[in-house]
Design a protein. Structure first.
Length: 227
């Protein structure tokens, strides 16, 4: 049989519950970290936006803007080609060597990324350095192409065809120089970044580099077939 004190306590608790029900309240929640509660210090913090996703978005926007620019230039080239003062331009022979160098740089870049994927940092650096060197040789080759044209008396203002050649190659060279800076940045920061960050940087840079490679091939085809 319950004692008189226990009976009194039971009545008081029952009366409190009735009052709380009448005013729409609820019994106090148990302290955090106990049964029925949650320790906020143990809640997982929301992860910040992925840096890799931002880099991918930025490079895609850059590629899109460059594509629009060169498409506009290509349209102007085709329209201007119909003019009476158009003089066909023979491409400098070194252009073909430059094209081979740039295609080879895309191949070495993919070899570099394959070594990185298997954790071979030394192989990654080796082929990344080769890619960077080939990109530098390409830019030097473009300067040689300009020198070959100027040696034959062909300058920017010589005729519309030569003007477009210099504009196309200069614009592409400037954008490729940006890619070359990205290559050197990844190379110099290779030992300071984590594997994940280095892989993301290499992947994003490769997108831009391959794009510049394909753009160059398209420009050469336009200049050669459109002369």
């Amino acid at each position: 049989m319950p004692s008189t004190r226990e009976t009194q306590e039971f009545r008081e608790i029952h009366e409190i519950e009735i009052i709380l029900d009448d005013i729409g309240g609820a019994p106090p929640a148990p302290p955090a970290g106990r049964d029925g509660g949650e320790d906020r210090s143990r809640r997982p913090h929301p992860e910040p936006p992925s840096a890799g996703r931002r880099y991918h978005t930025a490079i895609l926007l850059a590629i899109a803007s460059i594509t629009v620019f060169f498409l506009g230039m290509a349209a102007a080239f085709l329209v201007r080609k119909a003019g009476q003062d158009w003089v066909p331009l023979e491409l400098p022979p070194v252009i073909w060597l430059n094209t081979i160098l740039l295609l080879a740089s895309s191949a070495t870049m993919e070899l570099s990324r394959r070594h990185l994927a298997v954790g071979d940092a030394q192989g990654f650096r080796k082929f990344w350095q080769i890619t960077t060197a080939l990109g530098g040789l390409f830019l030097v080759g473009q300067l040689v192409a300009w020198g070959q044209l100027s040696a034959h008396g062909v300058f920017v203002a010589s005729n519309p065809a030569s003007s477009f050649f210099y504009i196309f190659t200069a614009a592409h060279g400037l954008h490729l120089l940006g890619g070359l800076c990205a290559l050197m940045y990844v190379l110099l920061r290779a030992n300071k970044n984590t594997e994940a960050r280095r892989a993301v940087a290499a992947e994003v840079t490769s997108y831009y580099w391959h794009f510049m490679d394909g753009l160059w091939v398209s420009l050469v085809a336009l200049l050669y077939l459109g002369k």
